[in-house]
Design a protein around this ligand. Structure first.
Ligand code: 13P
Ligand code: SF4
Length: 303
C-alpha cells in the first residue's frame, strides 16, 4: 500500500483538474477499485453509469470493449483507456462479417450480442446484453428464437433459464473456460458446507456444480446479503479481494484465474493516461450510431 499512495494521491488530484471519472470493473485490482474508482460494477452497471456522468473525461478501468461502449454512449466526451492492448477473447472471437453471415443463415431471427464485442459487431445487432440482464433481454424480444453471440457458454446458460430457443457462436472467455467441474467437486468434498458461486461464462458442467450463477454484480450481492459461511468464487481473482470487506464473516476460498487483459490496467498507467490524455477511444461515427441503438435499447429496457 505505501507504494500505491503517491499514485492514488496524484490520480485523485488530477481527476479534479481534468473533470474526469474513473469507471472500474469488478475485476480491477483492489487499489484501483478501492482508492481511485468513482464507479465500480459489472459490465451493465458501468454501461448504465456511463450514460449518467457529467464529467468531460471518462477513464475506463477495464478492457477495450468497455471503453468503446462508454464512447458509444458518450460521443461528445473524451474516453480514455490506460492501456489500449487490454482486449478480450470474446470480443476477438467474432466479426461483423460473421454476424451478417449468421443473419443470412437464420433469416428473421433477432441478434442479441454480448457487451463483450467490438463496436462493429454491436452495429450489426438488434440489441446488446450482459450477463446481468441476459435472460430478461432475450425474453423482452417476445420471439421463440434468438441469436445470442458470441459466448457459447453464456448462451448455454441462458438456454437453461428460458423457453426461448438460443442459437449461438463458438466464442469463449479464456479465463472462465479454464475452470473444471472436477475442481468444483473437490472444493465441495473438502467442505460440504461451502457455497459455490459461478459466472455464466463458465462451461455448463462447471455451472451444474455451482449453487448460484450470475454476473459479477449478482455474485457480489449474493455474498453481501447472504453472508455465506465459506464461499468459492468461480470467476476472476480480484473479485474476492474486492468484495471481502462487504462480508466480514465470510471465509473466501480463492481459486485464481487472472484475466491478463484486465490486469494491464495499473495505477501508474491510469496516472499516465490522465497526464497525457491517452489512449483516446475513437469509434467511426457511422458505426457508433448503429452500435448506440443496440446498447441504448438494452440500457432503456425496463427490466
Ligand atoms: P460481468 O461483470 O458483466 O459479469 O462480466 C464479466 C466479464 O468477464 C467482463 O469482462
Ligand atoms: Fe474477456 Fe474473460 Fe477477461 Fe472478461 S474475464 S475481459 S470475458 S477475457
Amino acid at each position: 500500500w505505501p507504494f500505491f499512495a503517491p499514485y492514488v494521491k496524484a490520480i485523485n488530484e488530477l481527476k479534479k483538474v481534468r473533470n474526469a471519472v474513473i469507471l472500474a470493473h469488478n475485476y480491477q485490482t483492489p487499489e484501483i477499485y478501492n482508492c481511485v474508482a468513482d464507479v465500480v460494477g459489472d459490465s451493465f452497471q458501468l454501461a448504465r453509469e456511463a450514460t449518467k456522468t457529467d464529467a468531460e473525461v471518462i477513464i475506463q478501468g477495464g478492457v477495450h470493449f468497455m471503453a468503446e461502449t462508454s464512447k458509444i454512449l458518450n460521443p461528445d466526451k473524451t474516453v480514455l483507456i490506460p492501456d489500449a492492448r487490454a482486449g478480450c477473447s470474446l470480443a476477438t472471437s467474432i466479426t461483423a462479417a460473421d454476424v451478417r453471415e449468421l443473419r443470412r443463415r437464420h433469416p428473421g431471427v433477432p441478434v442479441a450480442v454480448y457487451v463483450n464485442t467490438t463496436a462493429e459487431v454491436k452495429a450489426e445487432a438488434d440489441i446488446c446484453l450482459t450477463s446481468g440482464n441476459a435472460v430478461a433481454v432475450v425474453e423482452s424480444l417476445g420471439v421463440p428464437e434468438v441469436m445470442v453471440l458470441p459466448d457459447q457458454y453464456l448462451a448455454a446458460w441462458i438456454a437453461t433459464q428460458t423457453k426461448v430457443k438460443i442459437i449461438t457462436w463458438n466464442g469463449a472467455c479464456e479465463v472462465h473456460e479454464r475452470f473444471t467441474a472436477e475442481e468444483l467437486r473437490a472444493y465441495r468434498e473438502a467442505d460440504p458446507d461451502v457455497t459455490i458461486l459461478a459466472h455464466p461464462e463458465c462451461p455448463p458442467e462447471v455451472i451444474a456444480e455451482a449453487d448460484f450463477t450470475g454476473s459479477t454484480a449478482k455474485l457480489a450481492d449474493y455474498v453481501k446479503f447472504r453472508s455465506p459461511k465459506k464461499v468459492v468464487l468461480i470467476t476472476e481473482c480480484s473479485m474476492a479481494d474486492n468484495i471481502m470487506t462487504s462480508a466480514p464473516n465470510t471465509e473466501f476460498v480463492k481459486p485464481c484465474n487472472l484475466c491478463p487483459h484486465m490486469k494491464r490496467i495499473t495505477l501508474p498507467k491510469i496516472l499516465e493516461s490522465l497526464v497525457h490524455m491517452r489512449e483516446e477511444i475513437v469509434v467511426d461515427p457511422v458505426i457508433a450510431e448503429r452500435a448506440r441503438m443496440s446498447v441504448e435499447r438494452m440500457v432503456n429496457l425496463k427490466i
